[in-house]
Design a protein around this ligand. Structure first.
Ligand code: EPU
Length: 431
């Protein structure tokens, strides 16, 4: 198993390009099942999760390849298989996004209940089920598989509310929106996800011929069509990767320009950075942290509370990285996780680096300390790994981050990108 070794204390400086969005490209790839024409996807990040999704699609009978220019080409066969392999879906929860397109286009889908990041708690699929049932599908769970069957005559449009106790569901909205594009009549989804990744998926579906209104709002309307076509689609830049590198600049006090991102997807994060007294500049497609000395008594980041919410709130996928930043702040900050209330597994590992962190029910309290010191830590999930890398960049000595395979699921070549900014970071085989 591999680990990352980070030598802390070096200032970062320079420019870093953001890759395409992981959470946008995964449902877009699943949308290939809605047509028998080829789908080409550009700006597709080179990530383990993307390979996993291609594996799921191949298993269903699709041709799915990465071309020499980096784009992905996926074409569904005339009769795709209707059952996904347990092992493939268990690797990544987003594989569950094939359920909606498969049942809409073939009348039946058997998809293993997903695995993926545990995020400290159970991740239900009741919203996906509720939405497909509203469209007339019969949905049962048998032998660890979700089995969805369309009624004779196919799915039919319906009005439904898809909010959860924790806000809207991103992949729940994706699954049901994709299914509704081929349903007969009009579907109205209330409580829909407003995430940029859902807007991107919706735009991709529109370019395939789908009729969708209200993208980016909690009320999405879809008028079903008879067939969809194969588009050529470039996915949006990854806002979580962009935010992670901006926080890396903020923690190391370097002038780091994050290029090729959409600052409007990070409004809340930028607001909080400014509130934390981090000097940040923003252009049309870049964010730049300015040089300062976060360890000097005059310039330490200000303690800044955050509460995670669905978009446009502070993203849960940047909560762990924010906590890493707050371990350096001058004073105490409160982090409230409202999307995944148990998503705090990184706390114990940050504490190993000397962070003063503690849980109070659904809240995390972070008391900034003047220094962290390198240690062996274990990554529990993708974003937790990123937080540990960030903390390693400022900890004195070496930080060894074990189980680093998590990070390859969502960050393209992280050690190369951080290395190009001046970080001393290398990948090694762990004993
Ligand atoms: N929920 C339900 N029932 C459902 C579905 C969700 O109660 O049927 C709850 C969840 O337990 C959670 C909340 O609703 O409390 C939001 O979950 P959501 O369904 O939005 O999560 P997801 O679609 O499974 C996506 C991202 C996650 C990201 C969350 C929240 C993808 C592939 N994954 O997951 O990304 O944390 O939305 O923004 O888009 C990551 O990239 O590291 C990651 C975990």
């Amino acid at each position: 198993m591999e680990k990352l070794v980070v030598e802390g204390g070096l200032p970062l400086a320079g420019e870093v390009d953001v890759a395409g969005s992981k959470n946008a490209v995964l449902p877009v790839l699943a949308a290939a099942l809605l047509t028998r024409e080829p789908l080409r996807v550009g700006n597709a990040p080179r990530l383990v999760d993307v390979e996993s999704m291609l594996g799921v699609l191949r298993d269903l009978g699709c041709e799915a390849v990465r071309r020499d220019d980096g784009s992905l080409a996926v074409q569904a066969p005339s009769s795709p298989s209707q059952r996904t392999d347990w092992e493939l879906v268990a690797r990544m929860r987003a594989s569950f996004c094939v359920l909606g397109p498969l049942v809409a286009s073939t009348g039946r889908a058997e998809v293993s209940l997903p695995g993926g990041c545990a995020l400290g708690g159970f991740r239900p699929i009741d919203i996906h089920r509720k939405g497909l049932e509203a469209l007339g599908a019969r949905v049962n769970i048998e032998g660890g598989y979700v089995i969805a069957e369309a009624p004779s005559g196919g799915l039919r449009g319906a009005e439904m509310y898809l909010g959860t106790a924790f806000g809207s569901s991103v992949t729940g909205t994706a699954n049901v929106m994709m299914a509704a594009t081929l349903a007969r009549g009009r579907t109205v989804i209330q409580g829909a996800s407003c995430e940029p990744e859902i807007v991107d998926l919706g735009h991709c579906l529109q370019s395939m011929g789908a009729r969708i209104d209200g993208l980016g709002s909690p009320r999405i309307e879809i008028e079903g069509v008879d067939e969809l076509h194969g588009p050529d689609w470039d996915v949006i830049p990854d806002r979580i990767e962009a935010g992670t590198y901006a926080i890396a600049g903020a923690m190391t006090g370097g002038r780091v320009r994050v290029r090729g991102c959409r600052p409007e997807h990070l409004t809340t994060v930028l607001e909080r950075l400014r509130e934390a007294r981090i000097p940040v500049e923003v252009g049309a497609d870049w964010i730049e942290t300015q040089a300062f000395d976060p360890r000097s008594p005059d310039e330490r980041p200000g303690p800044t509370d955050i509460t995670t919410h669905p978009f446009p709130g502070f993203p849960t996928d940047l909560q762990a990285q924010w906590m890493a930043l707050m371990t350096m702040a001058e004073g105490r900050s409160v982090i409230t996780e409202r999307v995944y209330p148990e998503r705090y597994m990184h706390m114990a590992e940050l504490a190993r680096l000397g962070a003063d962190v503690r849980r109070e029910g659904a809240l995390a309290l972070v008391c900034g300390t003047p220094r962290l010191s390198g240690a062996h830590v274990t990554a529990s999930d993708l974003r937790a790994s990123a937080a540990l890398v960030l903390a390693g960049l400022v900890a004195e000595g070496e930080t060894h981050i074990h189980r680093v395979y998590h990070i390859d699921r969502g960050y393209e070549c992280i050690e190369e990108r951080l290395g190009a900014l001046g970080a001393a970071i290398r990948r090694e085989q762990a004993e």
